[in-house]
Design a protein around this ligand. Structure first.
Ligand code: COA
Length: 168
C-alpha cells in the first residue's frame, strides 16, 4: 500500500462484477448525457463483449483496492477479432484496453497507476502494442496521451489510440 491509500493487484475471475461496473462507468463517462443502465450495457453486444465470460483466455487486468481491500478502479485488456471488433480494434493480436475508476477516487492517481500496471503486464505477456477507443471530449484522452498512447485513427467524435509497449 502506498501513501496514496490504494494498491494494485491482478484481476481475477472474482472481479467480473466489478469490471462490469467499471464498463458501465466508462460508457457513462459524460455526466451531462442520459446515463445508460447496466442492463443496457450488458444487453448490448457492442459493449457487453468487453466483459463477457471474464476471464477469457488471454485476458489481462488489474484492480486498484483501498485500504479495506474494496475495489476502486480497474483496467483490463482483451483481444477481439475482425468479425467481432471492439470500438478501438486495430488488429487481432493487439488487445484493447478498458479503464474505470469509481467517482470518489477520480483525480487521485488511480487511473494513471492502473495504466502503468497494464503496460507492465502486457509487456510481460509478450504483447508489443495495446489499443483503445476514447471520445475526444473525454478528459481520459489527455491521460492516455500523457501515458504514451498516440492517435492512429480519428472518427467524428472518437479516437483510436495505441501504445507501443517496451519489453521488460
Ligand atoms: C478516466 C479515468 C479512468 C481516470 O482515472 P483517474 O484515477 O481519475 O486518473 P488519475 O487521477 O490517475 O489521472 C488524472 C489525470 O487524467 C486527467 N483526467 C481524466 N479524466 C479525469 C477525471 N474525470 N477527473 C480527474 N482527472 C481526470 C487529469 O487531467 C489528470 O491529469 P493530472 O494527473 O496531470 O492532473 C476516470 O476519471 C474515470 O473512471 N472516468 C470515467 C470512466 C472513463 O472515462 N473511462 C475511460 C473511457 S475511455
Amino acid at each position: 500500500m502506498s501513501d496514496s491509500g490504494f494498491s494494485l493487484r491482478t484481476a481475477t475471475g472474482d472481479d467480473a462484477e466489478f469490471l462490469a461496473d467499471m464498463l458501465v462507468a466508462a460508457v457513462n463517462w459524460d455526466p451531462a448525457r442520459q446515463q445508460v443502465s447496466r442492463e443496457q450495457v450488458l444487453g448490448d453486444r457492442q459493449t457487453a463483449h468487453y466483459v463477457e465470460g471474464w476471464p477469457r483466455a488471454g485476458d489481462l487486468g488489474a484492480v486498484a483496492v483501498d485500504t479495506g481491500e474494496q475495489p476502486i478502479g480497474a483496467v483490463w485488456l482483451r483481444l477481439f477479432s475482425a468479425d467481432d471488433p471492439g470500438y478501438g480494434f486495430v488488429a487481432a493480436d493487439v488487445p484493447e484496453l478498458s479503464l474505470g475508476v469509481v467517482p470518489q477516487w477520480r483525480g487521485r492517481g488511480v487511473g494513471r497507476a492502473l495504466l502503468t500496471e497494464m503496460a507492465r503486464q502486457a509487456g510481460a505477456s509478450g504483447f508489443t502494442r495495446m489499443c483503445l477507443s476514447v471520445e475526444r471530449a473525454n478528459r481520459a484522452r489527455g491521460l492516455y496521451a500523457d501515458e504514451g498512447f498516440t492517435t492512429v485513427e480519428s472518427g467524428p467524435d472518437s479516437d483510436t489510440m495505441i501504445k507501443i509497449i517496451s519489453r521488460q
